[in-house]
Design a protein around this ligand. Sequence first.
Ligand SMILES: CC(C)(COP(=O)(O)OP(=O)(O)OC[C@H]1O[C@@H](n2cnc3c(N)ncnc32)[C@H](O)[C@@H]1OP(=O)(O)O)[C@@H](O)C(=O)NCCC(=O)NCCS
Length: 155
Amino acid sequence: MDEPTTSWTVVELAPADTHALRLEVLRADTPTKQVDYPEDVTPGAFHLGVRDQDGRLIGTSSWHPRSAAHRDRPLEAFQLRQMATRHEYQGRGVGAAMIAVGIDRLRYDGATLVWANARDAALGFYRRLGFAVVGDGFIDQATQLPHHVVELTLL
Ligand SMILES: CC(C)(COP(=O)(O)OP(=O)(O)OC[C@H]1O[C@@H](n2cnc3c(N)ncnc32)[C@H](O)[C@@H]1OP(=O)(O)O)[C@@H](O)C(=O)NCCC(=O)NCCS
């Protein structure tokens, strides 16, 4: 197989554009195969992807307004969901590039917090990007994988 390209671009996606990569990366080993969620089309939701120089989708991420249940006072919060980088491109900065563009957009829109239910296997990624791990771990019902809440304050 060819070496993965090092040239890519962060792009905005329609919800359905995210489904194939979600299935490939996030649903390979999970009991659930769901990739289409009502939150994907809530007002204010947006989806950021990364395309390589041939236009192939190599990263996907979804962001939607949702107050953080673990916070005791309301904030202008967004939940980050369904973060995935195509396997052969992982560890090359694709995920970090999507987060950087998403956070710029949230700051511009006046959001003050971004949070996620993060797989424990990905906690190092979120910590590396400045997120804090909050509270006790839990098993996500749909995936049956251990998770923690992570959050990043945007003030
Ligand atoms: C987690 C995931 C989205 C990260 O995307 P990525 O494109 O591989 O991440 P990046 O290359 O941008 O990594 C940014 C930094 O985090 C580090 N990092 C990435 N994944 C990590 C992990 N699982 N544990 C520890 N550090 C990690 C990278 O080494 C890099 O550090 P550096 O700046 O020192 O080089 C990707 O690995 C993935 O799709 N994993 C499988 C699906 C998954 O778990 N999704 C998250 C669900 S919550």
